[in-house]
Design a protein around this ligand. Structure first.
Ligand code: GSH
Length: 210
């Protein structure tokens, strides 16, 4: 059976949403960490060598990186319609959103939440975090404008795994000075995604309140 390794609200949230959308059978495994080191399951570093979540095990296939897991599940379960399959332009947009959201936007969130991952010096960490906060403010405004054109969902107005990924980041953006979900279009997109039965189940299983 497929296993998804997770922590509540973490980068495993969008992959968990994808799994619920597929209606596949899977096991959700919470990773226990002590002093930043995963201790349970005891072999977790063999699955995800950096010890981070998410990781996905599907038979002999082991993969991680949240965007990659979302894209893998979209291909693995085409009947879930998590990605455009026949429309090449739609597919291009779907790739673009996943890559941009993970390599640019998610990276900035990491520099806000864990600047020490990239730098040791306190001054350097503050500078890194301040720069990332400023970029995320501008990114939120840009996303707000993009969503105004988008027709409800990111890729061709149709729900896809990219929307699950953006909703995860919008939730992280609640901790910014101007919470992302207070912006009309980002807020409406977030609610549209988390009101899906799949995400309601995810929030219940992860015991998330917002
Ligand atoms: N680029 C990775 C980042 C994963 C990541 O940073 N996960 C966090 C939770 S959101 C984590 O496991 N943090 C613990 C750590 O880095 O030690 C992905 O998207 O999967």
């Amino acid at each position: 059976m497929i296993k998804l390794y997770y922590l509540p609200g973490a980068a495993s949230l969008a992959p968990h949403g994808c799994l619920e959308e597929t209606e596949a059978e899977y096991e959700l495994v919470r990773v226990v960490r002590e002093d930043g080191i995963p201790v349970d399951p005891p072999n977790y570093l063999e699955i995800q060598p950096r010890g981070q979540v998410p990781a996905l095990v599907d038979g002999d296939i082991v993969t991680y990186e949240s965007a990659a897991v979302c894209m893998y599940l979209s291909e693995r379960f085409p009947q879930a319609n998590l990605a455009p399959t026949t429309d090449l332009a739609g597919r291009a947009a779907w790739y673009r959103w996943h890559v941009y959201l993970t390599n640019t936007v998610q990276a900035d969130f990491m520099n806000v939440f864990a600047p020490g991952r990239s730098l040791d010096s306190e001054a350097g960490k503050s500078e890194l975090e301040a720069g990332a906060r400023a970029r995320l403010r501008a990114t939120g405004e840009w996303l707000e404008a993009e969503l105004a054109q988008a027709g409800g969902f990111l890729v061709g107005g149709e729900f896809s795994s990219a929307d699950l990924f953006l909703a995860m980041l919008t939730r992280w953006g609640r901790r910014l000075d101007s919470p992302w979900w207070d912006a009309p279009n980002l807020g409406a997109h977030y609610r549209r995604v988390i009101e899906r039965p799949s995400m309601q189940r995810v929030y219940q299983q992860q015991e998330l309140e917002d």
